[in-house]
Design a protein around this ligand. Structure first.
Ligand SMILES: Nc1ncnc2c1ncn2[C@@H]1O[C@H](COP(=O)(O)OP(=O)(O)O)[C@@H](O)[C@H]1O
Ligand SMILES: [Mg+2]
Length: 433
């Protein structure tokens, strides 16, 4: 065995870090007090092992200790001085440790290895990193919550604005419809009397015609008749009265539609005839369709009545049908199909239009509040957002499929009996868009 020079021994003994001297075969020849403590071995245990010619890896299992441990015979370290941070397991008690390992090969074939124990520092650093990480996550969570709250606030604002707008508009429309009712009834019933009076007058003149009159009187009467275009006046008056009554009837039915449509649901569910609701909507949007869009109906017989928030359901079809009509430039068609599915438990309404279609990159956004592709005044971007909320509150679903240049299909499925959530007058908050 190579005798270790005294200066080296003194250097090792005086080192504050644990240190050992190894020979060219990487067997431990000498160690200091700090190494003894670091090894976790008591009394003579370490001395005996070293006398038996062990290598450092018999005291610590280094992370690099594998089948071909490069550290044990020093082949990797003989080339020169090196310093590395390594993970190790103390064999005496299995404790995990971290060392800064420094190897100093000396001329005489021996080498000095020092072990700086940085386990505690590494532990603190890891704890710090964990703390920092936790803090970062909490910050992200807070930011996310703030974002969600802002979004919720915005949605609530939109809902409030809409609700206020709809209720004022509803009241206004219902008020006008109510006020229209009286004069229209007046016109309608008076036209009826007028018709009767006219018929009476006609029978009177007919009676006069059958009288035996003097030649002179008869020719005077004929002159008056010719003067006023008697035959035409009578025929035309009948027609006029008929069209006054038809006009009054039509106005009364529009007023009735408006009342049904905008009347408050009173916060409770009512029985609605889905077919009638769609017909009402179509007659209200008639000016949008006139001589341009053909509406084709495919309606299953024996449709069940819906129990729903009638005012809201009217809004659903108003929005979908208005969009369909607006999507058609020039002439086109709208197909409305109503049938039942799920053994009659759900009603399905499909609206197909021959409009311009919706590009794939925006179809996801059409139900976002304020999303619109229309010019100011034509669209607010709230229609489908409201529609989706109403359908959801009714426990139903809405789906949209579209092909640019061909048209769009909206399918709304509603349960025959809606849940109580449908009475919500405040539109439910949608998830952040
Ligand atoms: N039937 C349809 N055909 C083509 N595009 C449609 C149709 N329905 C909805 N859209 C698109 O969805 C957007 C949002 O619709 P909506 O929420 O009703 O708002 P608005 O009609 O006020 O724009 C519309 O601007 C339009 O781009
Ligand atoms: Mg719309």
């Amino acid at each position: 065995m190579f005798p270790i020079p005294d200066p080296i021994k003194r250097l090792v003994d005086g080192n504050l870090d644990a240190a050992v001297v190894v020979d060219s075969e990487w067997r431990i020849l000498y160690y200091n007090h700090a190494y003894h403590i670091l090894s976790g071995l008591r009394g003579r245990q370490l001395g005996q092992k070293i006398e038996a010619g062990v290598r450092p890896c018999a005291i610590f299992r280094f992370e690099s200790c594998g089948d071909n441990c490069p550290g044990c015979d020093g082949s990797g370290m003989r080339s020169g001085q090196c310093e590395v941070e390594v993970q190790a397991t103390r064999r005496s008690d299995g404790q995990e440790m971290t060392f800064i390992l420094a190897t100093m090969p000396l001329d005489s074939g021996i080498a000095v290895i020092t072990y700086r124990d940085v386990t505690a520092e590494v532990g603190i650093q890891e704890r710090l990193e964990r703390l920092l990480d936790r803090e970062r996550r909490q910050k992200e969570l807070l930011e996310e919550k703030a974002r969600e709250s802002t979004e919720e606030l915005r949605q609530a604002q939109v809902a409030l604005v809409h609700r206020a707008k709809m209720s004022t508009l509803g009241l206004l429309v219902a008020g006008i419809a109510h006020e229209l009712n009286k004069p229209i009834n007046f016109v309608y019933s008076n036209a009826e009397y007028l018709g009767d009076h006219l018929e009476n007058l006609l029978s009177l003149t007919r009676a006069i015609d059958t009288l035996e009159l003097s030649e002179e009187l008869r020719s005077e009467l004929d002159a008056v008749k010719e003067d006023i275009d008697y035959d035409y006046v009578f025929e035309d008056s009948r027609k006029l009265i008929h069209s006054v009554r038809a006009g009054a009837e039509r106005t009364a039915s529009i007023a009735q539609d408006l009342r049904t449509f905008s009347g408050p649901s009173g916060g409770r569910l009512r029985v609605a005839d889905i077919k009638a609701s769609i017909e009402t909507t179509l007659s209200l949007i008639a000016p949008l369709l006139k001589n341009r869009v053909e509406v084709r109906r495919h309606i299953s017989p024996n449709l069940p009545k819906l129990v729903c928030n009638t005012g809201h359901i009217n809004q659903v079809f108003m929005n979908i049908l208005t969009n369909a009509a607006q999507a058609i430039e020039g002439n086109g068609f709208i197909d409305v199909t109503i049938d039942t599915i799920n053994g009659g438990n759900d009603v399905r309404v499909s609206v197909v239009d021959s409009g311009q279609g919706i590009p794939a990159d925006i179809i996801e956004k059409i139900t976002d509040p304020f999303f619109t592709t229309k010019v100011v005044g034509e669209g607010t971007g709230l229609g489908l957002w409201i529609t989706e909320n109403i359908v959801r509150a009714h426990g139903g679903t809405m789906r949209c499929e579209s092909e640019v240049g061909k048209g769009t299909l909206f399918t709304v499925i509603l349960p025959v009996k809606s849940p109580e959530t449908a009475t919500n007058t405040l539109i439910e908050q949608p998830r952040a868009a």
